[in-house]
Design a protein around this ligand. Structure first.
Ligand SMILES: NC(=O)c1ccc[n+]([C@@H]2O[C@H](COP(=O)([O-])OP(=O)(O)OC[C@H]3O[C@@H](n4cnc5c(N)ncnc54)[C@H](OP(=O)(O)O)[C@@H]3O)[C@@H](O)[C@H]2O)c1
Length: 407
């Protein structure tokens, strides 16, 4: 695949910076050319760029720095195929339309792992930089860029653009500006999971205050966002999780986010509140898991309810009771944020959503998912564990502590 909508080609974007020291200029150009060759086809906004700069114009060789990133040359197990590498960075945008960005934080999502495995519908040209979401700060804007300036916070506009890097650059339209008065980690994780929660709560069923929504995988990052956004919109949630030793702590954690009910899969099978009419039947179910967990969700829904599948964490097919389809006309739908973002790349709806979600973060309505931060260099355990169950939170690369060595 040569790219997906909004994913610019890297191949023509490199204009080598001009250095003042001639001999260094030559060797660095060689290095850039070599690297240019090796990264041909990397994700669109990933390119060579300089350390954080706050001015335009010519720069001296002493201003060069090495950045670092996680790159894969072939598909396979992420801890095997990902390589941590340093690369020299140019110091000004290679195109007047471009911005240079220093990445601050970038989460590791299940989809990032699937992409590296070659098991995701988006297949970046290889070699590619891992990661699809993150927060960066603009360090320099090309002369033709009007809506971004040094110091602005940005998140990627496109899908799977390669965020596991300390530095990147791309056309200004490859980035969306985001307010700076929210926690870094909330901003770095806003684009994917809260957006998915927001769209699923909004786009499938016209829900009104006091409607009920039910979800499994409720402790996932998406599930945590569903709970918080639903609460903000005065919706109620029934939340299903897998049993574990410290289940009470997990229940409290989700209740603190605003969950009305948190039940294990086993508890939910015996739960009579909906069945016996003490609670209204949910009009929307959000399925992260599949298999029998999805079947149980589908059984408790109201007439004409919708079950939206967005994840398949059990790796089992979605099964629903035949009676639910015939007698209740339940609709089985799916949602994929990447498709939605591609289809709304130039629309106001996308900006409205990001700004509403960021506003929720500012107001403390929406918080970052439970997480632990890791350094790019120590990537192996976290990429290995991302798809494993009971991991207790999202792994997030923290690039703010990444050392930039002098070149
Ligand atoms: N369609 C879209 O646009 C879209 C957007 C975002 C995310 N997603 C998908 O949504 C899912 C969750 O993403 P996330 O970033 O929120 O993930 P996450 O924070 O890493 O959470 C993973 C969730 O999956 C559960 N889980 C893991 N292994 C499981 C298994 N074998 N059986 C049942 N549940 C299992 C975990 O529960 P335990 O604690 O019990 O292990 C946890 O609730 C993923 O499939 C992801 O690809 C889809």
């Amino acid at each position: 695949m040569t790219g997906f909508p909004g994913r610019p080609s890297l191949n023509n974007t490199h204009v080598l910076p001009k250095y003042t020291n001639n001999s260094l200029d030559v060797s660095l150009r060689m290095l850039h050319l070599k690297l240019d060759h090796t990264i041909t086809g990397m994700s669109g906004w990933m390119a060579l760029l300089g350390r954080p700069l706050i001015h335009c114009g010519r720069t001296s060789s002493s201003q060069l720095r090495h950045a670092s990133r996680l790159v894969f040359q072939s598909h396979g197990a992420p801890s095997q195929v990902l390589k941590y590498e340093s690369f020299p960075t140019p110091v000004e945008p290679s195109d007047p339309q471009n911005v240079l960005v220093r990445m601050l934080m970038a989460p590791i999502h299940p989809a990032d792992i699937n992409t590296i495995q070659g098991a995701y519908p988006i297949t970046p040209d290889l070699p590619a930089v891992g990661g699809g979401e993150g927060l960066g700060v603009v360090v320099m804007a090309g002369g033709a860029v009007t809506h971004l300036a040094p110091g602005d916070w940005v998140i990627p506009a496109g899908n799977m653009t390669g965020t596991w890097t300390t530095h990147t650059q791309g056309p200004a339209e490859a980035f969306v500006k985001i307010r700076k008065d929210i926690p870094e980690i909330a901003a770095a994780t806003l684009r994917t999971n809260p957006s998915t929660a927001y769209r699923m709560l909004k786009d499938f069923v016209q829900l009104g205050p006091d409607d009920w929504v039910i979800q499994n995988g409720a402790n996932s990052a998406v599930g945590q966002a569903v709970i918080q956004i639903a609460k903000h919109w005065k919706l109620h949630t029934v939340n299903i999780v897998r049993a574990r030793d410290n289940i009470d702590a997990l229940k409290h954690q989700l209740q603190n986010l605003g969950a009305d009910f948190v039940l294990t899969e086993e508890e939910f099978r015996k739960w009579t509140e909906i069945r016996e009419g003490r609670l209204p039947k949910p009009r929307l179910a959000l399925n992260c898991v599949g298999g029998s967990s999805a079947t149980e969700l589908s059984k408790c829904l109201s007439n004409s309810a919708v079950m939206v599948t967005y994840g398949g964490m059990s790796l089992k097919p979605v099964t629903v009771a035949t009676s639910g389809l015939i007698f209740k006309d339940i609709a089985i739908r799916g949602f994929w944020l990447s498709r939605w973002l591609s289809e709304h790349a130039n629309g106001d709806e996308r900006i409205k959503m990001f700004s509403e979600l960021a506003g929720m973060c500012k107001d403390g309505v929406l918080t970052a998912p439970v997480h632990q931060t890791v350094s790019l260099k120590d990537f192996k355990a976290s990429v290995d564990n991302t798809l494993k169950g009971f991991k207790g939170g999202k792994f997030i690369f923290d690039m703010t502590k990444e050392k930039q060595n002098g070149a």
